[in-house]
Design a binder for this molecule. Structure first.
Ligand SMILES: Cc1ncc(COP(=O)(O)O)c(C=O)c1O
Length: 372
């Protein structure tokens, strides 16, 4: 257990990352030994555009098992994480000035990637079932977006999971309007026992869907390793990128070690361990919030990293953040997740980075700051 927090140590609920105690150094040592024991120097060479074949085979087996659906090696291209994949998608499927659709709210750093590419972002509201199809249809009357970016399961920041019905309606809209759907599915496997509907990756052959996956949330963010799942022609557009071509594919060495981690059964063990810990941490945070912050409203998440909480009427989360910081606690204010300055009363609290006593202490500090 980490040292107990004191006021000189700010408890930052903004940190959407695992605590160091959850990063599997021992498992990686085993995997690296296993991988290097083969003495295959190709790991240290430039690779092929779509990424190491053996790794993609192991990944396809891992995903087929964990998604409970068949995933073929040919549907997968290796990325250096979902952020890098999203950047590649922007490079290959958009031009500066294009419009794209995002969920409102959405992942704030994705908004920064879209800004880097000079894209114009139009927000589509979500409700408790995910993206609102009526609002999407309205927006499609006025705009022809280069793509729609969605986080279907355990969304960042809202924790919302798109219902099966909405997924079907979204795919129908994608087919009708030839709309490219970029599904960021990095939390898909991080449920706390209630499995979400099948990933949008199920539709890569029947609609224009690209699914982005990553080992950041289910293993370790420092790997910078992920994948893009799509139909071969769409993946071909991606692998023709200058970065992929010049670099000889992405991350061959880490892919090789990850292959061993999967083949040895350690990736499953790591993922299931994280799901267990995050379920406990989420429950601790929510219990403390119900007890100590009764005026703050939220829906308890069933997976992922985040609680999306709303302050009482008339309270601004940005102003509250200054008071909270002085009291030794921080969070990300809701406006950071909006393409249009919305969600002024919302706070995103991550439970991934702290253990139970720290989570409770952080909520105590929030309660103190709110009362002050
Ligand atoms: C929705 C979403 N996409 C992507 C990322 C970043 O993924 P990666 O580390 O694979 O680049 C995050 C991390 O917080 C996220 O929440």
């Amino acid at each position: 257990m980490d040292a107990p927090a004191c006021h000189t140590d700010i408890i930052d609920f903004g940190k959407g990352q695992p605590s160091l105690s959850l990063l599997p150094v021992a498992a990686w040592r085993t995997a690296a030994d296993h991988c290097l024991a083969h003495g295959d120097a190709r790991l240290l060479q430039y690779g092929v555009d779509e990424g190491d074949e053996g790794f993609r085979e192991s990944l396809a087996q891992f995903l087929s098992r964990r998604y409970a659906m068949p995933v073929a090696t040919t549907e997968l291209v290796v990325s250096a994480g979902a952020s890098q994949a999203l950047d590649l998608v922007c490079t290959r499927f958009t031009r500066a000035g294009d419009i794209i659709f995002v969920e409102e709210p959405t992942y704030f750093l994705a908004l920064d990637i879209f800004r880097d590419h000079g894209l114009q972002v139009v927000g589509i509201p979500i409700d408790e079932e995910g993206i609102r199809i009526d609002a999407l249809q309205d927006a499609l009357v006025h705009h022809r977006p280069a793509f729609l970016y969605t986080i279907p399961s355990f969304q960042n920041p809202s924790g919302t999971t798109m219902s099966a019905a909405r997924r079907e309606q979204l795919i129908a809209a994608s087919r009708m309007h030839d709309l490219l759907v970029v599904a960021d599915e990095v939390y898909q496997l991080l449920d706390f026992g209630t499995v979400p509907p099948a990933p949008l990756a199920t539709h890569v052959h029947t609609a224009r869907v690209l699914s982005l996956g990553s080992f950041s949330k289910i293993c370790a963010p420092g790997l910078r390793l992920g994948w893009i799942q799509g139909a071969p022609d769409v993946l071909h557009t991606i692998t023709q990128s200058g970065v992929v071509q010049s670099g000889g594919g992405l991350s061959p060495f880490v892919s090789g070690v990850m292959r061993s981690l999967i083949d040895l059964g350690l990736a499953d063990a790591v993922l299931d361990g994280l799901r267990r810990v995050y379920a406990e941490r989420s429950a601790v945070l929510c219990r403390a919030m119900r007890e100590l912050l009764p005026a703050v409203t939220f829906v308890e998440p069933t997976g992922g990293y985040f609680v999306w909480a709303q302050l009482p009427a008339e309270r601004s989360a940005s102003q509250f953040l200054s008071v909270a910081r002085a009291g030794g606690v921080a969070f990300h204010p809701g406006t950071r997740f909006s393409s249009g300055g919305g969600f002024a009363r919302h706070m995103r609290l991550s439970f991934a980075h702290y253990d139970a006593p720290e989570l409770v202490e952080g909520v105590r500090r929030l309660a103190h700051a709110l009362a002050g």
